[in-house]
Design a protein around this ligand. Structure first.
Ligand code: ZN
Length: 293
C-alpha cells in the first residue's frame, strides 16, 4: 500500500510540494469576479495543465483547484449547490496529473465567515467543511490541506470535519504576519506555538504555515513550531515575497533562485514538506527540488 505522507516523513524524507494555483489561473485568463473553481468544469484542460506543470517540475504533492470551494464562497457566485461537483472534479483533475505515485492534497480555504462576528455558527461551518472534504476525497485526494487560516476556531472545526468524515491525512496551515515586535501572528492573533497545540488537539496530522511574506520569514515560524513540538510533520508553502504593485500589475519579488537559497535552512529548521504559495511558479518548484534533493 502507498505510504502516508507522515510515514514518508518519518523515514527522513523532505517532500517537495507545488506552487501557486490562483495567480497561475489569472495568468491563464481567469477574470476578476470569475469563480476559479468553475474552471474545473469549463476549462479542465487549463487546470490539468497547471497540475501537470508542477508534477513535471518535481513536486511530490500537488494541490487541487478548490481553495474557494466551500458553500459560503461559492454562494457569492450563485454556485452553492455545486459544492460536490466542483470539488470532486478538482480532485479528479489533480489525480490524473499525479498518477498513482504522487500525492493529491485537496485544498480547503477559509469560508470568509467569522464565528466571533456571529456571521455563522459552528454547525454551519462544520457542515460546509464536511461537504467539501467528502467531495475532495471522493475525487481521489490522498490528504486534505486546510490552508490560509487565521482564526483558530474555524481552523479546528475544519480539521474535525475533515477527520471525522474522510480517511484522509489532514494538514492545516495558518497564515502569519510579521509584527513590528518581531513576533509572528495571524490576523486574528494566533501564534505559531498556539496553533500547533490547538490543531493537534483537533486531530491534524500535519501543521504549518502558508502564504505570508516570503520564504525567509518561514524559518522563524518553523523554529517556533519546533520549539513546542519536535515530531509533528510540518508543511510550509511560502509566497514569492510580498506582492508589490508595478503600474497596474501585481508582481511577486522573489525569484526561483531567491526562494531556493533559503530552502535548505528551512528544511534544517524542521520543515518536512516545502512548496510555494502566491506568486510561485513551476520554475520556483523546479529550483526548490534541485537544492533539496
Ligand atoms: Zn498565498
Amino acid at each position: 500500500m502507498k505510504p502516508t505522507l507522515s510515514e514518508l516523513i518519518s523515514r527522513g524524507k523532505t517532500l517537495i510540494s507545488d506552487g501557486a494555483w490562483g495567480t497561475i489561473l489569472q495568468a491563464k485568463g481567469l477574470k476578476p469576479g470569475e469563480c476559479p473553481e468553475q474552471w474545473n468544469i469549463d476549462h479542465p484542460e487549463a487546470v490539468l495543465d497547471i497540475a501537470r506543470s508542477y508534477i513535471e517540475a518535481g513536486a511530490d504533492t500537488i494541490e487541487t483547484n478548490s481553495f474557494g470551494g466551500n458553500s459560503f464562497k461559492l454562494m457569492s457566485f450563485g454556485l452553492e449547490n455545486q459544492v460536490y461537483e466542483l470539488n470532486r472534479k478538482a480532485a479528479e483533475i489533480s489525480r490524473l496529473a499525479a498518477g498513482d505515485d504522487k500525492y493529491v492534497l485537496g485544498s480547503i480555504g477559509p469560508t470568509g465567515k467569522m464565528l466571533v462576528m456571529g456571521d455563522v455558527n459552528e454547525e454551519e461551518l462544520y457542515d460546509s467543511f464536511k461537504n467539501q472534504a467528502v467531495a475532495l476525497y471522493d475525487g481521489g485526494a490522498d490528504a486534505l490541506v486546510i490552508e490560509t487560516m487565521t482564526a483558530i476556531d474555524e481552523a479546528t472545526i475544519a480539521v474535525r470535519a475533515a477527520r471525522e468524515n474522510t480517511p484522509c491525512e489532514v494538514i492545516c496551515t495558518m497564515t502569519f504576519d510579521h509584527l513590528k515586535t518581531g513576533d509572528y501572528r495571524t490576523m486574528m492573533g494566533v501564534s505559531p506555538a498556539e496553533m500547533v497545540v490547538a490543531l493537534k488537539e483537533a486531530g491534524a496530522h500535519i501543521v504549518g504555515a502558508n502564504c505570508g511574506n516570503g520564504i525567509e520569514g518561514m524559518i522563524p515560524i518553523t523554529e517556533e513550531i519546533r520549539s513546542v513540538d519536535k515530531d509533528i510533520p510540518v508543511l510550509i508553502h511560502a509566497n514569492a515575497g510580498l506582492p508589490v504593485l508595478n503600474g497596474t500589475c501585481t508582481v511577486f519579488p522573489e525569484s526561483p533562485e531567491m526562494m531556493a537559497a533559503f530552502a535548505p535552512q528551512l528544511a534544517r529548521a524542521g520543515a518536512n514538506i516545502i512548496g510555494g504559495c502566491c506568486g510561485t511558479t513551476p520554475e520556483h518548484i523546479r529550483k526548490l527540488a534541485e537544492v533539496l534533493r
